[in-house]
Design a protein around this ligand. Sequence first.
Ligand code: 0X9
Ligand code: ZN
Length: 743
Amino acid sequence: MKNLISFSLLLFVFQISAQNSAPYTNTSLVHLKSISPALEASLHNLDATFLSCREHQSSSDIIVSATALNWLNTNNVVFETIVTDLKQKIDHDNAAMELLRSEKDGEEWYNIYRTYSEVQDKLVEIANSSSIATLIDLGDSYENRAIKGLKFSTGGSNKPAVFFNGCQHAREWVTVMATTYFADQLAQEYTSDNFTATLLDLVDVYIVPIVNPDGYVYTHTTDRYWRKNRQVNANSSCVGTDLNRNWDADWNGGESTSTSECSDVYVGTSPFSATEANVLKNYMESVPNLVGHLDIHSYSALVLGPWGYTNTESPDHDEIVSLGNAMNDAITNTNNYPFIFGVGDANGALYLASGTMPDWSYDELGALGYTFELRPNSSSGGGFELPESQILDACAENYNGAMEMIIWAADVQSGCMDATACNYDANATVDDGTCAELDECGDCGGNGPNPGYDCDGNCVTGEMLTIQLEDSYGDGWNGNTLNINGSSLTIASGSSSTEVLCYDSNLCVSVVCDGGTWPEEVSWTIINSDGVELLSGGAPFSGEFGNCSSEILGCTDPLAINYNELATTDDGSCEYSSALDVQIINLPIGWYIFSTFISPQFPAIDDLVSSINSATIIVKDAEGLAYLPDWDFNGIGDAIDGEAYLIKLSENQNLSTSGTKIIPEDFVINLNEGWSLLAYLRDSPANLVNMLATINQQIVIVKTFDGTAYLPDWDYNGIGDMTPGQGYQIKLNSNVSFSYPQN
Ligand code: 0X9
Ligand code: ZN
């Protein structure tokens, strides 16, 4: 409740301070499966904002007003609504992040998206904590904010250098987190990881998380989906230049560009007319021996090599493809989140673009210039608002991809250098920590055969699964895969496919389905050889079937004497006692002290009194520990044989206890000096003086629940007989051990 109150309070406070959702009042985010040039033009006329850059020709993520939404409906355009109320979603995300903003220790810093000023603080913190990181100030933005970064260098000259930057596009928040994380990790691993230390001794690394600070601040304060910088345009009320169209590489070349100041891809008045592009250009030109550049964007899950303005292959094509694939594999293998590598329009995965930054670093500086488009791959995966829970995944993917560029620049042969390992690489000059051993099937680094199979791929269990895969749109699974028992299944094209797999029904089989676009079209069913459906689902999915609950065998019948309440499967071992001993105890309303001559079959106090639960207010033991049925609280645990208990009832009750009779002459009762509760363990009444004769010298007083007493010093027995079912208070002048006479 407290959290709810503070959450709504924060929502309220934050709405006053941040208005980045305001432009999205009454807008929705929709997803179009196919879009013709005519439809695109109509949507532009309706002021729709296009977001995604992947599969641009065949699909689009678009922000639409209520009017545009109506228009789509009345014109029978097929679309899917991803976010109904975009303003509400942005407000909600903002408020959720505010709750965590003060938590900044270690990886916590990466749990939410951070502001410009938080990132500046982090850069200072990293520089202060690392012997090889220096804070660099590249220059000021149009609105005079510092464009800062970190340089990692161990000194020396003529080393190759690589340059990484995020956030040319203001709304691509995850790129700020990923580049900062990259710097943070390099600083830490320089001291903790030999491989990273070796690389950083060979290569100078520059990292600039926010190259568009004005735009970034604007996405926090005013407009969550702002893309360009915040430079005023002469003769236009529209603000901003697309920094990634303002570089002098096919500048204004017509591929995904516009000369309209109001466009999101406005090229500016000339190359480097945008203050920030000019600051970056000057700094990068001053870096000696720059061999690689990585411009980090989101979203679409792509690795793009030069050129971006033409599909013509560049002179360094082979090397570009080799490094591009290495980076793409490293990213994809991090969390099995598939990225696609390509040059130009990446085989139609997106569009060509003129005037981009990496094409300039390639054409003008001779550095291999790449673009990353980080997670997600689609708007249904969160678009620019990748869920905060995935920030660290995206950071780890970017880290592994970017590391490949450093490895390439270091020009080392990295690999396993342990000659006894199955993946020993005699040419390796740096050990990268990947050394592995042979598994039982002789596979290097493998995990043995999949359950159900032998090493030759034969199905040794003979148990088969049929898996039916469906795609509702009929165009294949668009990169999604169903991973089950070591096999990765998909539909390459068309609407359905059936596969057969071996498995072992004695084991738990995990099932994961994800990894592609259009997950909402995916469905599948897993059926065993008896035709029983074991599991079905869509994408994304994570689950399991088979023998998954850890099974405990035993007797599951509560009436049996060997009942095991932890057992999940009955193994036929239950044993029943032909005649349970039973004692009925008459309990009066109000307080009473009771005891039993039975060792109960179910000794837990709550089980023992379960039949009179509704009338039971409290049960207490001699130490004052309590069982409170109304609170379902048992502080006593099990009733102990030979002990008496206090009980308070709201009405008279008969308590039935069943189990085995205690043999009184064999049962030793130990009582301490002072007050105790005393049980009576015989099955018939008998005079108290006779019953307690063996400890008579040590008794100060014996009392019943209602105050009747036995006082040996006065030779007074007000109690008379001890009665089965009753308990007594007893005060002793020393510790005693005794047993009752036999029944
Ligand atoms: O349009 C861009 O600047 C980039 N996409 S984004 O969604 N982040 O805006 C893509 C640049 C295109 N690059 C190549 N085609 N190589
Ligand atoms: Zn971008």
